[in-house]
Design a protein around this ligand. Structure first.
Ligand code: SF4
Length: 358
């Protein structure tokens, strides 16, 4: 586990054991960048407990803007913030989820367990007694129903050291309640997907400028899911590292044969993103007309490479029936070729597109 200090005030705010506000009781609050986790931390802090914010960085949602928002939310709450990077651990969880996937390739139950496990380790390092999350019973279909929440508490090793302040009064007493560190009167019975109660609570706690929920997780995206399943089948789960996951975010993607997959940039930004992944792949770029950067992944035969080039030419500024000149690069060796663009009504195109199954 890599530890990254996310707040300059961190050292200033650290207290040694016994120096906490409430008789040495200290909690770790998982902060996601949304309102619920902010509220959960504020509720526990209001009860006089020393709270340390914790954010988990995953490669799928690594985003400096999101982390800056979380840092500013923690600062507004007056709590220090730590960041842990669990990207490598999440990679394994995505490849082999014990509790399966949600609607796409989102292993939310395993992912929650991973986050809670990371929070437990930080809890132990900090001499804290429990962990807080902003989970709300019934809010998310895969990970926030009662059984999944119970499983996450047990499998993370937290057990009753996990407090969900927003739904705590609908759940069995967690350790902080049993020990009297916080009473049920300070906790809530929120459930379901409505945000009304959270908005009212934010007002009551004086949280006006709370962070907006972070953008959706790419693993819940069905197009990304189709691409990842194709990569599992053709690249192989074990051969896939973070780059093989990240490239799937970019460009149009076509599986033209078992041995060859084509990525084609849709705009300048995607061309630049794909250029980062040239190593180990064929690059194809137009020379005679404007057009996208494309990559061919796998071990294409010469015939498949020419087919890929014709597909790329189709997305260039071309005239029907006029050949397009392209540069094909592999391992820094470039050759020029001329191909006729594939016609836009080529019947193979729909089958090549990597899309969610209908
Ligand atoms: S939405 Fe994504 S980051 Fe969140 S728990 Fe599910 S898989 Fe993990």
């Amino acid at each position: 586990m890599i530890l990254v200090e996310g707040c300059e005030d961190w050292m200033k705010n650290m207290r040694t054991e016994g120096e906490t506000e409430r008789g040495g009781v200290r909690a770790i609050a998982l902060l996601s960048g949304g309102l619920d986790s902010t509220l959960a931390a504020a509720i526990v802090k209001r009860a006089g407990i020393d709270v340390i914010g914790l954010t988990v960085r995953f490669f799928v949602n690594a985003d400096p803007e999101r982390e800056a928002k979380i840092a500013s939310g923690a600062s507004a709450l007056g709590i220090p913030l730590r960041t842990i990077d669990l990207s490598q651990e999440q990679l394994e969880v995505i490849k082999h989820p014990h509790h399966g996937y949600g609607t796409a390739v989102n292993p939310c139950v395993d992912c929650r367990i991973l986050m809670l496990n990371g929070a437990r380790r930080v809890m132990e390092e900090e001499g804290a007694q429990f962990v807080i999350t902003g989970e709300v019973l019934g809010q998310r279909p895969m990970s926030q129903h009662r059984r999944a929440m119970d499983v996450a508490a047990v499998e993370s090793g937290l057990g009753d050291r996990l407090l969900r302040p927003l739904s705590a009064n609908l759940l069995p007493d967690a350790l902080p309640v049993k020990e009297g560190w916080i009473t049920r009167a300070n906790l809530f019975s929120i459930s379901g997907r409505s945000r009304q109660e959270q908005m009212a609570l934010a007002k009551e706690l004086g949280i006006a400028d709370y962070p907006q929920s972070a953008g959706g997780c790419i693993l819940t995206d069905k197009v990304y899911g189709a691409r990842l399943r194709d990569a599992f089948a053709h690249v192989g789960r074990e051969a896939m590292g973070i780059d093989e996951f990240m490239i799937l975010r970019h460009g149009r993607q076509f599986r033209i044969s078992k041995r060859a997959k084509v990525f084609i940039g849709r705009d300048e930004k995607e061309n630049a993103a794909l250029a980062e992944y040239m190593s180990g792949r064929h690059g194809i770029e137009p020379l005679s007309v404007p057009g996208p950067l494309a990559l061919v992944e796998g071990d294409p035969s010469e015939e498949e490479l020419m087919l890929a080039a014709r597909l790329v030419a189709r997305y260039c500024d071309h005239q029907d029936g006029v050949p397009v000149e392209l540069a094909v690069t592999r391992d820094r060796m470039t050759r020029k070729i001329e191909v006729l663009p594939l016609p836009s009504d080529d019947p193979r195109l729909p089958a090549w597109r990597i899309e969610p199954r209908r």
